[in-house]
Design a protein around this ligand. Structure first.
Ligand SMILES: [Ca+2]
Ligand SMILES: [Ca+2]
Length: 461
């Protein structure tokens, strides 16, 4: 039995798992911004299936990654926000994370950069370091004097070689050029476009300031939201206020810096893909690319992550595997926690019935197959989004709701939750809101503070 297993494992496909931090749908092939320049993500999409309706399980790094890497929803583990780490969650006590699971089944596991939200080293056989994480910072902020130390944007440093993402790409390239005795799982976790939105002059030159188009924002967009929704997505957040960014004349510069950061990270990805194609593992490697959540750049008069709207939840997700059809676009809802069961399926490993996601292989075989699994995202207990192929329902802890029709309203400007003709459809979506949810594990993070602040206002305190 064991011998058979080992013999099989030698032929299993390698896995290249690429994570990009805080990348929304401003990607050429997703069309989220007309000026997004991502030739390498686009070419990866052409060799596999692009899930055009993919969503995170939480619009915050730590819970999104904890969910994706364990195959469990935040509402099943209590990890809703930036703390605590997944290692302390009682519900995950005996759960193997994705690299640990593959290691147990004969894989050599390696990573560089940010795959987990911290502590990557303990989950992989080999770890190439974070190499400075969010990257070098100038002595004095470039764009603005106030706020969180990471919140800055502009041209910096003077060489790509000083960027952790470039160092990570080179580490990964070296590993891809080597022969391995076992199948490998290689994680490459890029940090940009996460703040600080710094990149060298070259990448800013690809996006000249005078040409920058701002995202479409409707001034009265928030008039059909509950006060709870506005509070939850604004109180106690660390991002700069939209009003400040506008009046300080920084909006176009921040958009330029985000686009430049995305084009830079896309360049790093391209180097890794070139090395894979030129090396010994070109024909037997599955590639998965994802971002951990979306990002607002002014939409709904706010910035950054931590929202249940399309800007907060939609992510790039591309899966390319040997023998599967290339250049496919799948409009069915996909979730990041589907990655784990999908990889088990593609690698020929037994499904793990405790996984809460679905293998996406049926959608790689037929991208428009019937699919009754909407994407569920939460932001603290009681706050859920349910995204189907066409619609999004949001229900907050105060029972207020939003309902959007993406066929006619891709920006989610018109809340249809009070439309009597849609009552049945809304009820159908609401049936997917979890009936049971894990308590919020305690921690000290922006998410905890925003959640507490919104709930205190609700209680009239
Ligand atoms: Ca992130
Ligand atoms: Ca609106």
């Amino acid at each position: 039995m064991l011998c058979g297993c080992l013999a099989q494992s030698a032929q299993r496909p390698n896995i290249l798992l690429i994570s990009i931090d805080d990348l929304n749908d401003w990607v050429g092939c997703l069309g989220g911004h007309p000026q997004a320049l991502t030739p390498n993500i686009d070419r990866l999409a052409r060799r596999g299936t692009l899930f055009t309706n993919a969503h995170c399980q939480s619009p915050v790094c730590n819970p999104s990654r904890a969910s994706m890497l364990t195959g469990r929803y935040p509402h099943s583990t209590g990890i809703y926000f930036l703390s605590p780490p997944l290692t302390v969650a009682p519900a995950l006590k005996n759960v193997l994370t994705l690299p640990e699971y593959f290691a147990k089944h004969g894989y050599h596991t390696l990573a560089v950069g940010k795959i987990f939200h911290g502590n990557d080293k303990r989950f992989f056989h080999e770890y190439g370091g974070n190499n400075g994480g969010f990257g070098p910072r100038p002595k004095k902020k470039i764009s603005q004097p106030h706020g969180h130390p990471l919140w800055d944007w502009g041209v910096f440093p003077d060489s790509d070689d000083k960027m952790p993402d470039m160092i990570a790409a080179k580490w990964a390239i070296n590993k891809l050029n080597q022969d391995h005795n076992q199948p490998f799982l290689l994680g490459v976790g890029f940090y940009r476009p996460h703040v600080p939105m710094f990149a060298t002059q070259e990448w800013f030159d690809r996006h000249p300031r005078e040409t920058i188009q701002l995202p479409l924002v409707k001034d009265d967009d928030r008039n059909d939201l509950s006060q709870y929704a506005i509070n939850l997505t604004n109180l106690e957040h660390v991002a700069p206020k939209h009003e400040w960014i506008k009046t300080a004349g920084e909006w176009d510069q921040a958009v330029q810096a985000y686009l430049a950061s995305v084009t830079f990270v896309d360049h790093c990805l391209g180097l890794v893909l070139d090395a894979l194609d030129a090396g010994p593992h070109a024909r037997n490697t599955i590639i998965v690319l994802f971002s951990d959540h979306g990002f607002h750049l002014g939409e709904k008069q706010r910035w950054a992550k931590r929202s249940l709207w399309e800007d907060g939840t939609r992510v790039p997700l591309i899966i390319s595997a040997p023998g599967y059809t290339a250049s496919q676009r799948c409009p069915r809802p996909a979730e990041l926690l589907d990655i784990f069961p999908t990889l088990l399926d593609l690698a020929g490993l037994e499904p793990d019935e405790n996984q809460e996601g679905q293998s996406l292989v049926p959608l790689m075989q037929n991208p428009i197959a019937t699919w009754n699994h909407p994407a569920i995202t939460s932001f603290g207990p009681g706050n859920y989004s349910v995204r189907s192929t066409r619609y999004r329902l949001i229900q907050y802890a105060d029972s207020s709701r939003e309902f959007y029709d993406h066929q006619n309203d891709r920006h989610e400007w018109t809340n249809l939750s009070q439309n009597p003709e849609l009552k049945d459809l809304i009820t159908k979506h609401a049936a997917h809101i979890p009936a049971k949810e894990h308590d919020l594990l305690s921690g000290n993070s922006t998410g905890h503070k925003a959640f507490d602040a919104a709930n205190q206002r609700l209680a009239g305190r």
